[in-house]
Design a protein around this ligand. Structure first.
Ligand code: ATP
Ligand code: MG
Length: 401
């Protein structure tokens, strides 16, 4: 008996006129993710009254089941999914098949309790969900009782929960609901550019963008040849790990060494870091405008480090007009670390590397920047020229999974 994958999405998030649009993107993403790891298999996806049905060209063995589970847990927009058998709507047939499956797959452990959880998406089906539960439940009870005389029906935490979904033309049976990633399908909310350093925070910020359906591309400022190429490889690796949650991505690599030199020569020492940040924002904004990114994402969090006081975040923010999103703004470091571990970026983030901003770091950086002071110092820089030369020298690389 061949199994299919049945995927439920969070319907509340998809209510209203956007529903079709969300569903289409979700189906596309599911296809892309599965195909990425199973190039030899064909997947057919179908939208089936509020759920997505995925059928495969080869049957799903235990190894493939584990791999598919890992993949689908990365797809935002999925509330839960199951590996399901597909039958007709004839209850006699359904119950016989359920017993065959239970005999073959579920009897190795000692069963004390079970339940049937039926649902109809076709309300014209002649029996109600409760009546289906009762009919199939009694059939299964008689079968199970022979092997486990103390077996009971239990609605709470049963050892065996048999889900039955009756749709317009067929029925599905499964025994486990696997929790999905939640969120919104990537791309359904447009695209944005995430400023990616080699640290712990920025990949997590990018992840939260993706989780709300924003397709993220990355931008990294580096000081090659003044730092080792390994520091850039590390950032690309972080982009790659974070991009497991989306179909594809690219990274803009912007040389920043000469810009830093210019800041070193022209800007008072205590304002230097702020100017690094402002220029990173300005360069990112100008790429965003050209390439139609709707926002920038950063890993800033209030008061996490001396440079992230409200005054300094404002001073950085003030350099650009584009919407700057900071999903970690209210997070404690330990919560960011926990998330980084969960999304598997942490191990890479903590590898020591040379950050461009650790070059020429002032001994006493400004922690309460004043805009007037910044404006005055800024007169010594030709900002449009710096931006232009940064765009000219940047490289763009595709992040391959
Ligand atoms: P992270 O852990 O992400 O490095 P952080 O706590 O070290 O963050 P800062 O170094 O002050 O904070 O950087 C603040 C934000 O500025 C980063 O989260 C990132 O979004 C951006 N940023 C910093 N350095 C770079 C860089 N070299 N290239 C791109 N973005 C950067
Ligand atoms: Mg950092």
């Amino acid at each position: 008996m061949k199994r299919h994958i049945i995927i439920h999405y969070n319907e509340i998030a998809l209510k209203g006129g956007n529903r079709r649009y969300f569903e289409t993107i979700l189906i596309q993403n599911i296809q892309t993710f599965l195909q990425r790891d199973f190039p030899e298999m064909q997947f057919e996806t179908k939208n089936l009254f509020g759920r997505i049905l995925v059928s495969t060209s080869k049957s799903i063995d235990a190894e493939a089941e584990n791999k598919i589970t890992e993949i689908l847990k990365l797809v935002f927009g999925i509330a839960n999914f199951s590996f399901a058998w597909n039958f007709s709507r004839d209850l006699e047939e359904i119950q016989k098949n359920i017993w065959q499956i239970v005999k073959k797959e579920k009897l190795e452990k000692k069963l004390k309790t079970f339940r049937i959880s039926a649902r109809r998406s076709d309300k014209s089906f002649p029996l109600t969900s409760n009546q289906i539960n009762q009919q199939i439940g009694s059939y299964l009870f008689l079968k199970l009782e022979k092997k486990f005389p103390k077996i009971k029906v239990s609605l709470k935490n049963p050892n065996l929960n048999c889900f039955i979904e009756i749709t317009e033309k067929t029925s599905f049976v499964y025994f486990e609901k696997i929790k999905g990633a939640g969120g919104i399908p990537v791309s359904a909310s447009g695209k944005a550019l995430a400023l990616l350093s080699g640290g712990i925070d920025s990949p997590v910020a990018a992840y939260f963008g993706m989780k709300r359906g924003v397709k993220i591309d990355f931008i990294h400022f580096h000081s090659l040849p003044f730092v080792s190429p390994a520091s850039i490889e590390k950032v690309k690796q972080l982009a790659k790990i974070t991009s497991r949650f989306q179909p594809s991505s690219k990274i803009f690599l912007v040389p920043f060494g000469n810009i830093q030199k210019e800041i070193l020569i022209n800007i008072p020492e205590k304002l230097r870091i702020l100017f690094y940040r402002r220029l990173m924002m300005q360069i990112s904004e100008s790429i965003a405008k050209k390439e139609k990114y709707l926002a920038l994402y950063t890993g800033e969090s209030v008061a996490q480090v001396a440079s992230q006081t409200l005054e300094n975040i404002h001073a950085t923010n003030e350099a650009v007009e584009i919407l700057v999103l900071r999903p970690l703004i209210g997070f404690d470091k330990e919560d960011i670390i926990a998330k980084a571990q969960e999304i598997r970026t942490f191990e890479t983030s903590i590898i020591p590397h040379q950050d461009c901003c650790t070059r020429f770091v002032p001994k006493h950086p400004e922690t309460r920047a004043k805009i007037e002071e910044i404006k005055k110092a800024e007169k010594n820089l030709d900002i449009p020229k710096i931006i232009q030369s940064a765009l000219k020298n940047m490289e763009i690389e595709k992040i391959n999974q």
